[in-house]
Ligand binder design. Structure first.
Ligand SMILES: [Zn+2]
Length: 216
């Protein structure tokens, strides 16, 4: 299916809304502009139309020329919502970075994380990063780049496959419930009880070289 402008507008809104459904008064006040490129682009927000660049989504770094800008590749944004359960959604990933940035710093500690949960979250995150063995985790590899990517990739997992995250990594699921102030597993079960079909476990491989870099 070829995404229409309506699809893209809805996907963009959903990407922004889903991470903050649990907050009573959240504003993306660190965001002025969302750029949607026709294809992938480079890590400096450059676009030459060839598709050779590999960046699917990007949040501008604090203090840089693209601070307060978020960019997404149109096709990848669309595909993120076409594969429920595959733990991959670049729109949610990038807006999760903004939830992280809500306190001014993109550091893997989300702005709304309760104060008493910050230390346990850091300990848990650092333990996962330390003991990671390449190819041995069901958590997508890109999570193990650094703290901020760990939070953003886990956010994709949390919203796309809450049952899998809760089953395989209950402590991480519990922490993300605190970070986003919503329980995605409970929401998924309620949807199933209401008759929604369970997500198809489509195995969509991430493109090699997928990147969500935050320029510093
Ligand atoms: Zn990222």
């Amino acid at each position: 299916m070829v995404p229409t402008p309506t699809h893209i507008r809805r996907n963009r809104i959903a990407s922004a809304a889903i991470p903050v459904l649990g907050f009573s008064d959240w504003e993306y006040d660190m965001l002025d502009e969302v750029l949607v490129y026709p294809r992938t682009f480079d890590g400096s927000f450059g676009y030459d139309g060839t598709g050779r660049a590999e960046t699917e989504g990007l949040v501008g770094g604090t203090g840089g020329a693209f601070n307060r800008v978020l960019a997404l590749s149109r096709g990848d944004l669309f595909r993120g919502f076409r594969g429920p359960g595959d733990k991959a959604n670049v729109g949610i990933h990038e807006f999760a970075h903004l939830v992280d940035k809500g306190d001014g710093a993109v550091d893997g500690i989300p702005a709304a994380m309760p104060r008493e949960a910050i230390r346990p979250w850091l300990e848990l995150m650092h333990r996962e990063l330390r003991r990671h063995v390449r190819g041995r985790s069901d958590i997508p590899e890109y999570a193990f780049t650094n703290e901020q990517e760990f939070f953003a990739v886990l956010s994709e997992y949390f919203f796309e496959s809450p049952d899998g995250l809760a089953e395989n990594h209950p402590a991480l699921h519990e922490m993300l419930c605190k970070a986003f102030r919503q329980d995605t597993l409970r929401r998924l079960r309620a949807a199933h009880r209401a008759g929604a079909a369970p997500p198809r476990r489509r195995q969509i491989r991430r493109r090699a070289g997928r990147a969500h870099r935050i320029p510093t």
